[in-house]
Ligand binder design. Sequence first.
Ligand code: NAI
Length: 454
Amino acid sequence: MAYDLIVIGGGPAGYLAAERAGAEGLSTLLIEKRFIGGVCLNEGCIPSKALLHCGHVYENAKEGKEFGVSVDNITIDQKYVIERKNKIVNTLVSGIKGKLKKNKVTVVMAEAKIVGRGAEGFKVEANGETYEGKKLIVSTGSVASTPPIPGVKEGLESGFVMTNREILDLTEIPKEFVVIGGGVIGLEMASYFNSVGSHVTVVEMLNKIAGPTDGEISTILQKNYEKKGITFNLGCAVKSVGDGKVNFERDGKMESVPADKVLLSIGRRPFTENLGLESIGVNTERGRILVDDHMRTNVAGVYATGDVNGGIMLAHVGYRETEVALNDILGKKDIMRYNAVPSVIYTTPEVGCVGETEDSCKAKGIDYEIVTLPMMYSGRYVAETEKGDGIIKVIINKKYRNVIGVHMIGNHASEIIYGAVTYIETEMPIDDIKQLIFPHPTVCEVIREAIFEF
Ligand code: NAI
């Protein structure tokens, strides 16, 4: 008997698809080759937050004097940090397994391969068995890009070079820690190892860190970390690694930095290898599965959600894409929109952004107005971050007088940005936002302050 739905991949996009499909009464099979929870839960979003929190506690203890708190003999036990992280991951993975069970999802732990069409649907092989599914959601995620830079392959084999996978299990604190790529993974790990005492060097090809983040915000972030001792080599392309060094080119000249451990964080690519997509004729482009705004592939009944479709590679985007795909399967009206996707960098200070930037407004010819305020407009921010240099930028559409972008740097930004998502998604006029009551004193009040400037 064919399942109503087979989901391949048990990361955020896949487990949510299976969980929700089961709840809707669809007979559902989830096939996962490594671990339920995928990269996000096991070797990405959650474990990195667990490490970063330990780093914050350690840093706060060291800086306690500033707040009238003195603690002697402050140390950090990296082995304990990793054990704690593993416990947290296990708790959350168990929670997901529990939900899948509750919703009567069948889970098979094996590598899945699509092998063609059967009498009732798509045939998928796993663990020597062949399963059939009337519909298919492919959520096989992404893997770290590993460029053909000399020394990288050998470094990955020897443990000198690490990706997000290995770094989150590192039980020692390297003296010299070099990060290749100043994007989100690079910055979060640079932040952690800086907080626990490594000397951290970031080598980034572009002339700014934090990729597409607003330029003023990435400059503030860089300055904060330079003050904490991180060295940034911008506009520098790594040419080789090995012999305890990372070698890069700056303005046509070669330079080196010493390294005990190297993190390779230069982006991720969709994972579709050996998946058998060709057996049913699913269109791909450079490894990513092509989808429309209902997450449908070119093959009726086959969907691709999460990193594997090569869109915005964020767990929360995968969640939403999966809901859109499932609604299509269930015959409910829905469509994927990407205009209000929040992005957060869990550094100190935190960065939270959503919607248009000044640059994107200019590129799209949007008539916009912008207000920039220091985070110091919030009483709670000052109480907690006396010397903070955070800012908030609110961008509105001049014609329609609604918020189209919010960009902030300052602690709590990761939690606050959600409010701005609501304004953008619902196209709430700023005059309506002015009538909302914000809790006082909170850091989110800076949004209110900025809105009243228009
Ligand atoms: P990324 O795309 O954010 O950053 C990679 C950086 O490496 C870029 O700035 C690029 O210019 C640089 N680069 C590329 N080749 C280089 C070279 N040869 N030498 C020096 N620099 C080079 O990719 P990252 O940080 O690996 O993250 C991967 C994915 O994981 C992202 O899509 C991100 O969305 C997701 N992620 C999200 C997080 C969050 O939301 N907080 C946290 C961690 C990851």
